[in-house]
Each structure stands twice: as C-alpha cells, then as structure tokens.
Design a protein around this ligand. Structure first.
Ligand code: ZN
Length: 278
C-alpha cells in the first residue's frame, strides 16, 4: 500500500552529482523526485501488523505544495479496505522511526473543537518504536528537527486515550518472525525489520536504503545525521542479504517494492527487482 510525495533530489542523493542520479530518478521543475510512501501489512492468523504509516493527512495547503502531497489522505485506509480490513483491525503498528513520512499516518485531525487536536488512526494498536528514537524525536538537533513533527507523536503522552506506545531497547524479536535491528546513521534509533516466513526472509530497509538507487556506498541521503555510519550499516545489511538470499522491501522507491541483492565482480551491490505479489 502506498502513497506518493516528492523530496529534493539533491538532498536525497547527498554528494552524488545530479547527472548521475537523474538518470534513474528524474526531478521535476522544483528539483523534487518522485517518492513512494510504502507501508507493509503483515497478516498473522490472529493479528494484523502494520509497518510504518506514511505521510498522513495533517498537512496545510502550503505544505502539500512543498512536498507535492496530492490526493492521498485516504490511501492507507483504502488499501486496508481492499484487503477486507479497517484501521480498527490493526493490532500492532511498528514504526521504523518518527520522521513525518513514516509516522504521519498514525494520527489524523479529530475534526471537532481544537483544530490541531489529533486522534490515533489505529486506536486498537500497540505502537512500537525504539526508545532511542523516541528520545531523539522529542529533542532533535537543529539540523534534523524539521523531519520530526511533534504533532505526529506527542499525543501518545499527552492524551489519556492514546493507544499504547511500546519502547524497544535495541535488537529484539518483538513478535514471532519479526526482529527489529536498530540503525543510527539515518537518525538515532531507526529500526530495520527482518521478517522471517516459512518461505523467505525479508528486510524492510526503511531509510537505510530508501530506493533501489541507494544501494552503493556513496549513495547516502543528505538528511542522514551520521553518513559514515549509514555506509557501514548498509554494507553489513547488504552482505547478510546477499549471502542469505533475503528479499529487500523498499519504502520509498517509486516503482520497486521487492528486490534481491546482486554483487558485481568488485563486490558492489545492486538491486534486482522481483515481480511478486503477496
Ligand atoms: Zn527518515
């Protein structure tokens, strides 16, 4: 399930010159590249788990213009409906991190009274996030503060009827077959998911590798607060993924949801898109 938005192509590709990245990710007149906000639904026999919530609907017209947010406010609900589910049927929401394009959809404007009052979209769900990311989101640096919008997450503490927030400390198997692996290059305490089923092992790589164009070492987003840490974390994950035939799931790639990792003769990774539907 996905919605779309746009971010500055230069910020998305860090030090990589535009002539290299625009071959695969063409920019619009405002230098924005097309991005997906791709959430993941993991269906167990007895529970429904949602991974990330997309950018959500709490945006002014001006902000919608900046981020090219179009008619997608109901995209996530519609995608759930298409699978016979409603937001009330979600039992767990795993948030990779609290950047607005991952947690924005976890709440919506309540509509009555205070115009800024929000309510949880998934009222019956436990919400999981790394404790370290929760702490950082509540006190980010001046450089990355713009990626954390307090309206997206402070309600967990300020509203008595907010659904439960589960703060995770480090690596953990938070439910059968779902392990969270903390990463600290993009932001402190982001968690990548390793999901093991009977047939496959998947890695939902979140903003460690936002698109298939970010596989190689130097392709690190300008947004990352510790870019050299991202390089090491990405190498480690792609080494494991290529050795063990993991399937990567991309949150922001405009066209590819699933891919395997292939290494060339010099050991440089690339993504081989998989045409699978679950
Ligand atoms: Zn992010």
């Amino acid at each position: 399930m996905e919605a779309r938005f746009g971010l500055d192509g230069g910020a998305m590709f860090g030090i990589i010159p535009r002539p290299l990245w625009e071959r695969t990710n063409p920019a619009d007149a405002q230098n924005r590249i097309d991005m997906a906000c791709r959430c993941l639904l993991v269906e167990y026999p007895d529970r429904n788990v949602l991974v990330d919530c997309g950018i959500g609907s709490k945006w002014s017209q001006k902000e919608r213009g900046i981020y090219n947010i179009n008619a997608q406010d109901t995209a996530l609900t519609e995608a759930l409906n298409a699978r016979g589910l409603s937001p009330a049927d979600i039992d767990d929401v795993i948030l990779t991190h609290l950047h607005f394009d991952h947690v924005g959809g976890a709440s919506e404007f309540a509509g009555e009274g205070d115009a800024q009052r929000v309510r949880a979209t998934f009222a019956n769900a436990r919400h999981w996030v790394q404790r370290r990311n929760w702490a950082w989101a509540n006190g980010p640096s001046a450089r990355d503060g713009g990626s954390y919008r307090p309206i997206d997450f402070t309600f967990f503490e300020t509203q008595a009827d907010a659904p439960p927030l589960e703060l995770v400390d480090g690596i953990a198997e938070i439910m059968p077959g779902i392990e969270v692996l903390p990463m600290h290059g993009h932001t402190f305490g982001m968690q990548v998911l390793k999901i093991t089923t009977a047939e496959h092992t998947f890695a939902y790589v979140a903003d460690l590798i936002p698109t298939t164009s970010h596989m190689r070492d130097p392709y690190v987003m300008g947004y990352d607060i510790q870019p050299l840490v991202t390089v090491e974390e990405k190498r480690g994950l792609l080494y494991e993924a290529s050795r063990n035939d993991w399937i990567l799931i991309f949150g922001h790639d405009p066209s590819t949801s699933f891919a395997r990792v292939e290494l060339d003769k010099r050991g440089r990774p690339s993504a081989v898109p998989l045409d699978i539907d679950f």
